[in-house]
Design a protein around this ligand. Structure first.
Ligand SMILES: Nc1ncnc2c1ncn2[C@@H]1O[C@H](COP(=O)(O)OP(=O)(O)O)[C@@H](O)[C@H]1O
Ligand SMILES: [Mg+2]
Length: 233
């Protein structure tokens, strides 16, 4: 098995006159925590979406390697990519994208039910994950009754439950104060690389990136540098 879980080469993506990605090659190593940094508008989210099979690039390829073999994600249909995202990937976004009308445990269980698990089992499993993320006792609160940091931990739980091998996070701490941000980042790392999964996180917070095992820097749709935190380039 390759030591890369995702290999992207020659990615470009334009929106009208805007070249959001202008030739990106990136290999994501199995089990690493990779931070993608760069100024607003540098193409981080577009890259994350291409890596995760949400957006199809104009040119280039993205391959996903798992125990079941190597898949050319860019050659899959929309339906097949949707299935890959549901089964192999987890997502954490800045605002969590949780369903406010549902409780914490229902939000987590929903991800499992979409993959065919019966409701009671899904909720039992979801409670276990919420407890592991320090949310025991809050399972039955609606999302609006949780703090920002607690809600992000629900989103992290939801991203893990299906056994995702890669978790993609886009500015997961962007709406949090620095103390809460550090706690959420610790929870995110514990439940991803701490469990043998891979984490790809977009951030412009140097503290968040500094907790990762590798950082790539983007500018104008290109990767312009690569660093290991704590080691100057
Ligand atoms: N769906 C879209 N439609 C039009 N322009 C877009 C779209 N998505 C991104 N862009 C543009 O592409 C560039 C890169 O965006 P993005 O990947 O979101 O950057 P970042 O996440 O680094 O802020 C920006 O100029 C942005 O305005
Ligand atoms: Mg972005």
């Amino acid at each position: 098995m390759s030591s890369f879980v995702i290999e992207a080469s020659g990615l470009s993506k334009s929106f009208g006159q805007t070249h959001a990605l202008a030739g990106v090659d990136l290999q994501v190593r199995t089990g690493e925590s990779l931070a993608i940094m760069g100024a607003s508008g540098s193409g981080k989210t577009t890259l994350l979406h291409c890596l995760a099979g949400i957006t199809r690039p104009d040119t280039g390829t993205v391959a996903f390697q798992s125990g079941a073999g190597r898949v050319d994600v860019t050659a899959l249909s929309e339906r097949e990519r949707s299935r890959l995202r549901r089964e192999a990937y987890g997502f954490v976004f800045q605002q969590g994208l949780l369903i406010p009308e549902l409780t914490a445990v229902e939000n987590v269980a929903l991800a499992l039910m979409l993959n065919g698990m019966p409701r009671l089992r899904a909720e039992e499993y979801g409670r276990g994950w919420l407890a592991a993320l320090g949310l025991a006792g809050m399972e039955d609160r609606r999302i609006g009754q949780l703090s920002g940091g607690q809600a992000q931990r629900v989103a992290i739980a939801r991203a893990q439950v299906t056994g995702a091998s890669v978790v993609f996070a886009d500015e997961p701490t962007g709406a949090l104060d620095s103390t809460t941000s550090a706690e959420v980042m610790r929870a995110l790392l514990d439940s991803t690389t701490g469990q043998g999964r891979t984490l790809v996180v977009v951030t412009h917070d140097a503290d968040v990136a500094g907790r990762c095992s590798r950082i790539v820097d983007m500018r104008d749709g290109r990767i312009v540098g690569e660093r290991v935190p704590g080691v100057s380039a």
